[in-house]
Design a protein around this ligand. Structure first.
Ligand SMILES: C[S@@+](CC[C@H](N)C(=O)[O-])C[C@H]1O[C@@H](n2cnc3c(N)ncnc32)[C@H](O)[C@@H]1O
Length: 504
């Protein structure tokens, strides 16, 4: 198949997570997914990448789509609708934001689609799972406004073809053209308060007359604006990252004036808990790097959240914990409470030692320790700062004595750690929540060997059904049995899927 060739009347039979399954290409080559493609639609596509085992494409026309699936209710004016879709919706435009890829599908149907994708993956890897229960996906209480963290990029958007010259944008990268930034005024996935703060700081930045970073020439000044909001404590953290090289030479005076404005501003004082600045001269498009430095401009380094969950109909447990500016935390607080409650229900009878690999600050388990359901928890996480935070959080919630904290790689930590090997002799459960790539094969081997000596349950939390299905396949081959799988929707309007499964 030639690059830039057009293939007409491709019938999209199904969507798998990460791939589209089509039936009309002669060699049944996999087609790299475009998330807004709809199952059961017929499209013309243009090939933009032709690799050994997949092709990547843009839709140029849609002839037919399933009207029962897509209702075309688009609530955000910045929603990216590819060219074909603009025929359906007057408000659509080509230069859109690409986060809410499933906005044209009603929420009910989004959940159904996610459920089907999970089921399809199990069928695809052909595991016979007679005892497996795939429970209906649990919906998120908020279809919009659910994100507690948002990361904006500063940048330029110049396109003579489209008659646009906007050198001061602040938002996400443009679909298909990473160096350009789409300018928007608000986002439907974060709260009204976060949007107001975004608008306010954006204005302060642009009024300062300091330039924004240009991805193409990798120069100039403002780079990212990160806002994190804790829903239960109402605390807000702002992290503004800048490219310092230019600052020293040319913009010192303007920069000092800007810092002074931030420090004295009344509205910021009333609404923000922590304001930090990250000086980052690294060229990759990340807020921080190994060489960046983050300084507190106003208030404290940490913000605090209070997580709650229901132990039963009458008992709610909560615990307070701190998070530093770069700490990982599930981006949907309400969704996280549901996810963790589900995980806890699967392990409600577990009493003795629990091993949590890839734990980060994993504060929800503090609630379970507090309730006395679990006796001991071993926390293992590669990022040392996260383990320090986890330790601190256990301390302020009075469960420190029930915990052992280890900063190490999960796949290596057991190699020659006699204390740890002794501790896991009375192991009842192992929890894993790995990054989206997979469980390391050494860890799978270790757990499979351990299972022969100790009868523990394995709770696997995953944000990637493809790697999850593959790991299940190996674990089942190694003697584990699977009995329950529960998906929780943490990311409405998007293609992301979060699943918990229990093996014994
Ligand atoms: C999906 S996050 C889960 C975090 C945590 N369970 C939570 O939900 O708050 C994956 C975590 O694995 C950690 N990690 C990545 N590679 C690791 C490794 N080889 N060993 C231990 N932890 C690792 C990351 O730092 C990150 O905190």
């Amino acid at each position: 198949m030639k690059l830039w060739s057009i293939i007409k009347n491709v019938y999209i039979y199904k969507i798998w997570y990460g791939w589209i399954w089509i039936g009309s290409l002669s060699d049944w080559k996999k087609i790299l997914v475009k998330w807004w493609a709809l199952p059961k639609s017929t499209v013309d596509i243009k090939v933009v990448k032709n690799k050994k085992d997949y092709i990547q494409w843009h839709i140029i026309t849609t002839h037919k789509y399933d009207k029962d699936l897509a209702d075309w209710v688009v609530f955000c004016p910045h929603y990216f609708i590819p060219i074909w879709a603009s025929q359906q919706n007057q408000n659509s435009h080509k230069i859109g934001c690409w986060w809410c890829k499933r906005q044209i599908i009603s929420y009910h149907n989004q959940l159904k689609l996610k459920h089907d994708i999970i089921k399809d993956w199990f069928e695809k890897i052909q595991i016979s799972l007679p005892d497996l229960v795939i429970s209906p996906i649990i919906w998120c209480p908020l279809e919009k406004w659910y994100r507690n963290k948002i990361e904006f990029s500063f940048g330029v958007y110049i396109s003579w073809k489209e008659n646009i010259d906007n050198r001061r944008n602040l938002w996400f990268h443009k679909q298909w053209e990473f160096s350009k930034i789409v300018d928007i005024d608000s986002c439907w996935l974060v709260s009204d308060k976060a949007n107001k703060i975004f608008e306010y700081i954006k204005k302060l930045c642009f009024d300062s007359d300091l330039p924004v970073f240009d991805q193409k020439i990798r120069q100039w000044f403002f780079r990212h604006l990160v806002i994190r909001e804790w829903f239960n404590t109402n605390q807000i953290l702002v992290n503004l990252s800048v490219f310092e090289d230019n600052l020293k030479k040319t913009y010192n005076e303007k920069w000092n004036k800007f810092l002074e404005t931030i420090q004295k501003d009344k509205i910021l004082t009333e609404n923000i808990t922590t304001f930090v600045i990250t000086y980052n001269n690294w060229l990759a498009d990340t807020v921080k790097s190994d060489k960046s430095e983050t300084k507190v401009l106003r208030w404290d380094w940490y913000i605090h959240e209070n997580l709650k969950f229901n132990l039963d109909d009458n008992t709610e447990i909560s615990s307070i914990f701190r998070i530093s500016p770069f700490s990982f935390f599930q981006t949907n607080t309400l969704g996280a409470q549901i996810l963790f409650s589900e995980a806890q229900k699967m392990l409600w009878y577990v009493k003795w030692t629990i091993l949590d690999l890839y734990c980060w600050t994993w504060t929800i388990w503090i609630n379970i320790l507090k309730s006395g359901i679990w006796s001991n928890l071993i926390w293992i996480e590669v990022v040392e700062d996260a383990i320090i935070d986890a330790h601190h959080n256990a301390k302020i919630n009075w469960v420190e004595d029930n915990c052992l904290f280890i900063a190490a790689q999960s796949e290596k930590v057991f190699n020659d750690n006699a204390q740890l090997k002794e501790k896991i002799k009375d192991l009842w459960a192992v929890i894993v929540d790995p990054p989206r790539e997979w469980l390391h094969k050494n860890l799978i081997n270790f757990l499979s060997e351990l299972k022969k000596e100790t009868d523990f349950k394995l709770l696997y939390i995953s944000c990637n059904p493809i790697t999850m299905a593959r790991d299940i396949w190996i674990l089942i081959d190694n003697g584990f049995k699977i009995n329950r799988l529960q998906a929780v929707d943490m990311f409405p309007q998007t293609h992301h899927i979060e699943v918990i499964w229990m093996l014994y």
